[in-house]
Design a protein around this ligand. Structure first.
Ligand code: ADP
Ligand code: MG
Length: 384
């Protein structure tokens, strides 16, 4: 089954919350709606659920136009950002609630299902407690259990992990994907402003910024080939390092220049044709992006030499600050002339401030964007 939104627009008075958005969500896959606060994610979910009506456009499920249907005829379950549990009901009764209201299930059937989802979400031991007696992480699990128990065909989740502590988010991220896919034929739409969450949970992604759909596709594909600088900056955590640079054609090959760094770069025919199309001079101002995780980090040139890595570009600088992100460390380094660079290393490591360090990157492992239009010219994975 497929859920399709065709040319959906939505105004709130003079705010255009969604601008002609078309997306497709396949069952058995997790589709992310990704974008910062105010980009229209919740509005889109509400339109799918029937809680809001679009000003324009259609919602098609399977081969049926569901645009005119009220929420209770849409087979939709919704997990809200703020859990939305009933405080006066136990966990058991909160989860059983959606089954009880339909009056379609016997109490033994309800009992069986509540216990099954409680087991999947590891909350079997708190079924008799009240929401106020639970941790934030447990409450969110109850919210998810309540949505799963209904066995609706469309499951909508609105930033389900945003209100949780970083540590719980990290563990939940890992589990959630499995849980959401536990019943195979559901359409799952997952709204999040967190790039790491989108990457670890979703199969497909739709990048929404200010109500505009900037890019859709397989999640890893979009991550590896962001269409433009805006997508690259939002869909990257920690944010990409950006540098001014230029491409120039010298001695029969394209060179990439970032300040005094000059390195040759292989561009395919199509890119080269595009580059040369509008100017006879073979030169183009570009913005170069390098992800913090794509740098290697060394305490000295000797250590770099010992690592026997070849073909890398090295830079030296001093540590400005460092911060721990879950199980990684983000180190901010001041590099003369090039300003500040952030480097992510996959370990927890205390780093002295002002420590002189060497960082290195592979000149093929970078992104190049046209400076004027912001469009992607080169990515390490695929040349557009
Ligand atoms: P997100 O969930 O991505 O943060 P929303 O869908 O909540 O974004 O909001 C999109 C835009 O629509 C924002 O500018 C928001 O202020 C506006 N908006 C959302 N709901 C309403 C509403 N009920 N009334 C007026 N404006 C709204
Ligand atoms: Mg929202």
């Amino acid at each position: 089954m497929k859920l399709q939104l065709n040319h959906v627009s939505k105004w709130y008075k003079n705010v255009k919350a969604l601008n002609d958005v078309s997306i497709e969500c396949e069952s058995g896959k997790i589709t992310a709606l990704f974008g910062p606060a105010g980009s229209g994610k919740t509005t889109l979910l509400k339109i799918i659920a029937g809680l809001e009506r679009p000003d324009n456009g259609k919602i098609i499920f399977g081969d049926k136009d569901i645009t005119p249907l009220p929420p209770h005829h849409r087979e939709v379950a919704f997990v809200f950002q703020t859990y939305g549990l009933f405080p006066h009901l136990t966990v058991y009764d909160n989860i059983a609630f959606p089954l009880k209201v339909t009056k379609k299930y016997s109490s033994s059937e309800i009992d069986k299902r509540v216990k099954e989802v409680a087991d999947i979400l590891k909350i079997s031991d708190v079924l008799q407690k009240y929401p106020a007696q639970l941790s934030g992480g447990q409450r969110q699990r109850v919210g998810i259990a309540r949505a799963l128990v209904k066995d609706a065909k469309i499951l909508l989740l609105d930033e389900p992990l945003t209100n949780l502590d970083y540590k719980i988010r990290e563990t939940m991220r890992g589990e959630l994907r499995k849980i959401l896919l536990s019943s195979k034929d559901k359409v799952v739409v997952y709204a999040t402003p967190d790039p790491i969450e989108a990457l670890s949970i979703s199969d497909y992604i739709n990048i929404l910024i200010h109500g505009n759909l900037l890019q859709s596709g397989e999640t890893t594909n979009v991550y590896n080939n962001p269409r433009n600088i805006t997508v690259a900056q939002f869909f990257s955590y920690p944010p990409m390092n950006l540098f001014n640079g230029s491409l120039s054609y010298e001695n029969n090959s394209w060179m990439l220049n970032i300040h005094e760094i000059k390195t040759s770069i292989k561009l395919n025919e199509k890119v080269i044709r595009n580059l040369s199309a509008d100017t006879s001079t073979k030169y183009r101002d570009v913005t170069v992006g390098i992800r913090p995780g794509d740098f290697m980090f060394f305490l000295s040139y000797e250590e770099y030499e010992r690592s026997k890595k070849e073909g890398l570009v090295t830079l030296s600088g001093k540590v400005l600050t460092s911060e721990v992100l879950g199980s990684e460390t983000l180190i901010h380094i001041r590099i003369a002339e090039k300003g500040r660079i952030s480097v992510l290393i996959p370990e927890l490591r205390p780093i002295e401030l002002e420590l002189p360090v060497v960082i290195a990157f592979n000149p093929l492992n970078i992104y190049i964007f046209d400076k004027k239009s912001g469009e992607l010219i080169y990515s390490p994975y695929h040349i557009p």
